[in-house]
Design a protein. Sequence first.
Length: 139
Amino acid sequence: MAYGIKIVDENASISLLDILNNIEGRDYFWSVFYLEARGDLGDGQSILDLEKEISESESGMQFIWDDLNSLAGKLDQVIDIVLVGCKDSSVMRRFSNNEDMYANCDVVIEMIDSSYWLVHSQKKPLITELSKLFNVEPV
């Protein structure tokens, strides 16, 4: 069973890094299935090229925890993202609907149109902790 919250971010002040900093994510395989963002990746890397590479990949773009946090730190604004963390890497694929994604992935983090974050997890304590830190609504 997946538990979920909507993090209300009226001032667009909560970053992806803020959320990641409150997750014990080293034990998961991470994949970004969709990204639209603004920021400076440095080293001549383009956000547009990264977004295209993610969109065209079969199973999203996979990251280890430290690299995911590094990327999150370079993003000034996340407009839309679908990010999943799974303990079993064989689960990583594009899902036909959100319910399957929530049921199969250990953690799902989404930003919807720069308006709010959705976080789903198989682990209720993670959702409970995030609920204490941010202004949330149930989903």
